[in-house]
Design a protein around this ligand. Structure first.
Ligand code: ZN
Length: 156
Protein backbone atom coordinates (compact mmCIF):
# COMPACT_ATOMS: atom_id res chain seq x y z
CA UNK A 1 0.00 0.00 0.00
CA UNK A 2 2.82 2.36 0.80
CA UNK A 3 4.46 1.75 -2.57
CA UNK A 4 1.09 2.08 -4.24
CA UNK A 5 0.54 5.45 -2.55
CA UNK A 6 3.97 6.71 -3.54
CA UNK A 7 3.48 5.60 -7.12
CA UNK A 8 0.06 7.21 -7.31
CA UNK A 9 1.29 10.48 -5.83
CA UNK A 10 4.02 10.55 -8.44
CA UNK A 11 1.51 9.70 -11.15
CA UNK A 12 -1.02 12.39 -10.26
CA UNK A 13 0.96 15.23 -11.82
CA UNK A 14 -2.11 17.44 -11.99
CA UNK A 15 -0.82 21.01 -11.79
CA UNK A 16 -2.09 22.84 -8.72
CA UNK A 17 -3.15 19.67 -6.90
CA UNK A 18 -1.59 17.38 -4.33
CA UNK A 19 -2.55 13.93 -3.09
CA UNK A 20 -3.90 13.56 0.44
CA UNK A 21 -4.58 9.82 0.47
CA UNK A 22 -4.75 6.86 -1.87
CA UNK A 23 -6.91 3.76 -1.63
CA UNK A 24 -7.16 0.81 -3.99
CA UNK A 25 -10.11 -1.53 -3.97
CA UNK A 26 -12.21 -3.62 -6.32
CA UNK A 27 -9.74 -3.09 -9.14
CA UNK A 28 -9.96 0.68 -8.92
CA UNK A 29 -7.86 3.46 -7.47
CA UNK A 30 -9.25 6.34 -5.44
CA UNK A 31 -7.13 9.38 -4.65
CA UNK A 32 -8.15 12.16 -2.32
CA UNK A 33 -6.69 15.42 -3.60
CA UNK A 34 -6.76 19.10 -2.76
CA UNK A 35 -5.46 22.22 -4.43
CA UNK A 36 -2.23 23.73 -3.21
CA UNK A 37 -3.91 27.11 -2.85
CA UNK A 38 -4.02 27.60 0.92
CA UNK A 39 -4.48 31.36 0.88
CA UNK A 40 -6.85 33.19 -1.40
CA UNK A 41 -8.43 36.60 -1.71
CA UNK A 42 -12.11 37.41 -1.89
CA UNK A 43 -12.98 37.80 -5.62
CA UNK A 44 -15.29 40.68 -4.71
CA UNK A 45 -13.35 42.84 -2.22
CA UNK A 46 -9.87 41.30 -2.21
CA UNK A 47 -9.64 40.68 1.52
CA UNK A 48 -7.83 37.47 2.54
CA UNK A 49 -10.50 34.77 2.80
CA UNK A 50 -11.18 32.44 5.67
CA UNK A 51 -11.63 28.67 5.25
CA UNK A 52 -15.32 28.00 5.81
CA UNK A 53 -15.86 24.35 4.87
CA UNK A 54 -14.63 21.48 2.74
CA UNK A 55 -16.83 19.52 0.37
CA UNK A 56 -15.84 16.41 -1.57
CA UNK A 57 -16.41 16.22 -5.30
CA UNK A 58 -15.89 12.99 -7.25
CA UNK A 59 -14.40 12.91 -10.74
CA UNK A 60 -12.73 10.28 -12.91
CA UNK A 61 -9.15 10.87 -14.03
CA UNK A 62 -6.75 9.07 -16.37
CA UNK A 63 -6.61 5.32 -15.69
CA UNK A 64 -3.46 4.12 -13.92
CA UNK A 65 -1.96 0.72 -14.60
CA UNK A 66 -5.09 -0.30 -16.46
CA UNK A 67 -7.37 0.59 -13.55
CA UNK A 68 -9.95 3.39 -13.52
CA UNK A 69 -9.00 6.23 -11.20
CA UNK A 70 -11.36 8.36 -9.15
CA UNK A 71 -10.26 11.65 -7.68
CA UNK A 72 -12.03 12.85 -4.57
CA UNK A 73 -11.37 16.54 -4.76
CA UNK A 74 -11.78 17.94 -1.28
CA UNK A 75 -12.86 21.41 -2.32
CA UNK A 76 -12.37 24.39 -0.07
CA UNK A 77 -15.34 26.61 0.59
CA UNK A 78 -14.09 30.09 1.40
CA UNK A 79 -15.76 32.83 3.39
CA UNK A 80 -15.15 36.57 3.18
CA UNK A 81 -14.32 38.16 6.52
CA UNK A 82 -15.83 41.51 5.61
CA UNK A 83 -19.37 41.80 7.00
CA UNK A 84 -20.41 44.31 4.32
CA UNK A 85 -19.09 42.23 1.41
CA UNK A 86 -21.81 40.72 -0.84
CA UNK A 87 -19.62 37.66 -1.54
CA UNK A 88 -20.37 35.62 1.56
CA UNK A 89 -19.01 32.17 0.66
CA UNK A 90 -17.76 30.54 -2.52
CA UNK A 91 -16.29 27.22 -3.60
CA UNK A 92 -12.89 27.03 -5.24
CA UNK A 93 -12.68 26.15 -8.92
CA UNK A 94 -9.99 24.76 -11.22
CA UNK A 95 -9.51 24.80 -14.97
CA UNK A 96 -8.35 21.16 -14.69
CA UNK A 97 -11.73 19.97 -13.38
CA UNK A 98 -14.83 21.76 -14.57
CA UNK A 99 -17.80 22.20 -12.26
CA UNK A 100 -19.99 19.06 -12.22
CA UNK A 101 -17.64 17.28 -14.67
CA UNK A 102 -17.48 13.47 -14.76
CA UNK A 103 -13.90 13.52 -16.05
CA UNK A 104 -10.88 15.76 -15.52
CA UNK A 105 -10.01 17.86 -18.56
CA UNK A 106 -6.84 15.87 -19.22
CA UNK A 107 -8.85 12.64 -19.12
CA UNK A 108 -11.41 14.10 -21.55
CA UNK A 109 -8.61 15.06 -23.87
CA UNK A 110 -7.00 11.62 -23.62
CA UNK A 111 -10.35 9.90 -24.16
CA UNK A 112 -10.76 11.85 -27.38
CA UNK A 113 -7.22 11.03 -28.47
CA UNK A 114 -7.74 7.30 -27.91
CA UNK A 115 -10.89 7.31 -30.02
CA UNK A 116 -9.66 9.63 -32.77
CA UNK A 117 -6.01 8.65 -32.98
CA UNK A 118 -5.70 5.12 -31.58
CA UNK A 119 -8.99 3.98 -33.07
CA UNK A 120 -10.44 2.69 -29.80
CA UNK A 121 -14.21 2.40 -29.57
CA UNK A 122 -16.09 4.92 -27.48
CA UNK A 123 -17.50 2.04 -25.40
CA UNK A 124 -14.00 0.62 -24.83
CA UNK A 125 -12.60 3.95 -23.68
CA UNK A 126 -15.64 4.47 -21.45
CA UNK A 127 -14.94 1.11 -19.76
CA UNK A 128 -11.22 1.91 -19.35
CA UNK A 129 -11.98 5.26 -17.75
CA UNK A 130 -14.91 4.00 -15.69
CA UNK A 131 -17.44 6.45 -17.12
CA UNK A 132 -20.52 6.26 -19.32
CA UNK A 133 -20.52 6.17 -23.10
CA UNK A 134 -22.12 9.63 -23.32
CA UNK A 135 -19.32 11.16 -21.24
CA UNK A 136 -16.66 9.92 -23.65
CA UNK A 137 -18.75 10.88 -26.67
CA UNK A 138 -19.11 14.43 -25.33
CA UNK A 139 -15.32 14.66 -24.90
CA UNK A 140 -14.76 13.34 -28.43
CA UNK A 141 -17.22 15.88 -29.83
CA UNK A 142 -15.66 18.78 -27.97
CA UNK A 143 -11.98 18.00 -28.45
CA UNK A 144 -12.49 16.40 -31.85
CA UNK A 145 -13.96 19.58 -33.25
CA UNK A 146 -11.22 21.70 -31.69
CA UNK A 147 -8.60 19.58 -33.37
CA UNK A 148 -8.47 18.93 -37.07
CA UNK A 149 -8.85 15.53 -38.64
CA UNK A 150 -6.02 14.20 -40.81
CA UNK A 151 -5.77 10.80 -42.54
CA UNK A 152 -3.81 9.52 -39.53
CA UNK A 153 -6.17 10.92 -36.92
CA UNK A 154 -6.25 14.09 -34.89
CA UNK A 155 -3.57 16.70 -34.78
CA UNK A 156 -3.65 19.81 -32.72
ZN1 ZN B 1 -15.18 40.08 0.22
Amino acid sequence: MRDDATASAAMLGLPGFRVLAVAAYAGEVEQAVETVEEVTGCPSCGVVAQLHDRRPSWVRDLPAGGRPVTLVWVKRVWRCREPWCPKVTWTETSAAIRPRASLTERARREACRRVGQDGHTVAGVAADFGVGWATVMAAVREYGTRWSMTPTGFTQ
